[in-house]
Ligand binder design. Structure first.
Ligand SMILES: [Zn+2]
Length: 115
């Protein structure tokens, strides 16, 4: 950090950096990687305020977002879901490209565990 940066006031009115709805709409949601059906990026999981889980940045997981296929019902919730709708959409789109199945990964793990 340069002295100039250190001298900057840190409590300017720059706290309004939350993700805006318009920003979310800019992210295209790809079709379902399994059946090609239309996907929805509005899935939300609500946890209790005492939920013992935290995001990587240390905030408690109260709400998690995920995408779901409206045709076959597959979701990309994973273990807890995603911190923001944008992250959920990014994850869904990445999986669409890679064509990786959560179910396949899970059964591979089980098989390895059986040995
Ligand atoms: Zn589907």
């Amino acid at each position: 950090m340069t002295p100039a940066e250190a001298a900057k006031p840190t409590n300017t009115k720059d706290m309004n950096t939350e993700t805006s709805p318009t920003e979310l709409a800019a992210v295209p949601l790809l079709a379902c990687p399994f059946c090609g059906g239309e996907a929805s990026g509005t899935g939300i999981i609500k946890y209790s305020k005492n939920h013992e889980a935290w995001w990587k940045d240390g905030t408690r997981i109260i709400e998690a977002h995920f995408c779901a296929c409206m045709k076959c019902g597959v979701t990309n919730k994973g273990l807890v879901g995603h911190q923001t709708p944008a992250l959920a959409v990014n994850h869904w789109n990445t999986r669409s490209e890679a064509n990786v199945s959560d179910q396949a990964t899970a059964s591979t793990r089980l098989n390895q565990h059986d040995k």
